[in-house]
Design a protein around this ligand. Structure first.
Ligand SMILES: [Zn+2]
Ligand SMILES: [Zn+2]
Ligand SMILES: [Zn+2]
Length: 173
């Protein structure tokens, strides 16, 4: 499958994986992308990115603010929102509307509309990029005369780890 039809951009991670490596990889990606685009990944922006990446579950802006204000006295809400706007603009994080939260993008080199599978139990999210989903949305919207501005798709359900914990057989639900 080519890059655009590859479905799983960021699958669910196993609970015991080396998450430090995920964070380090995300920071390296961000540094490279920002350098190439000639935009500044300030220390605060990078710190907010690291905090968004503190797990694979979307993090709310309020949570980010709370964690950041523990580290920086001057971490006022506008500062954090500006940093988040920057990260969103650069495609380094995605906004998950249904949770009013943010999640790191594992594949931020090119801008894309992701499809997110969000676990209702542990809150972790996986990202898919399936061009066919975008095409179907474009087609349906065009038929209805609708102008599409954002195509983020959010799907709620149960992740593999939580399914295993619940003993739900695969294929059920
Ligand atoms: Zn991880
Ligand atoms: Zn993404
Ligand atoms: Zn889960």
């Amino acid at each position: 499958m080519d890059r655009f039809n590859r479905v799983s951009a960021a699958p669910f991670s196993a609970g015991d994986h080396d998450h430090g490596a995920c964070i380090a990889g995300a920071v390296r990606n961000a540094q490279r992308i920002c350098a190439r685009r000639g935009v500044r990944l300030t220390r605060l922006r990078q710190r907010v990115l690291e905090l968004v990446w503190s797990s694979h579950a979307p993090v709310g802006a309020y949570d980010l603010l709370r964690r950041l204000s523990r580290e920086h006295d001057g971490a006022a809400p506008p500062t954090v929102y500006r940093a988040l706007d920057f990260l969103l603009e650069q495609g380094l994080v995605h906004r998950i509307e249904s949770r009013n939260a943010f999640v790191g993008c594992a594949d931020p080199a090119e801008s894309h509309a992701g499809q997110f599978l969000i676990c209702r139990d542990c809150g972790s999210a996986a990202e898919m990029h399936d061009r066919r989903v975008n095409q179907a949305i474009n087609r349906g919207a065009a038929e209805l005369g609708f102008f599409v501005e954002a195509k983020t798709v959010e799907v709620s359900g149960v992740c593999p780890a939580c399914r295993a914990a619940e003993g739900v057989p695969s294929g059920a639900r």
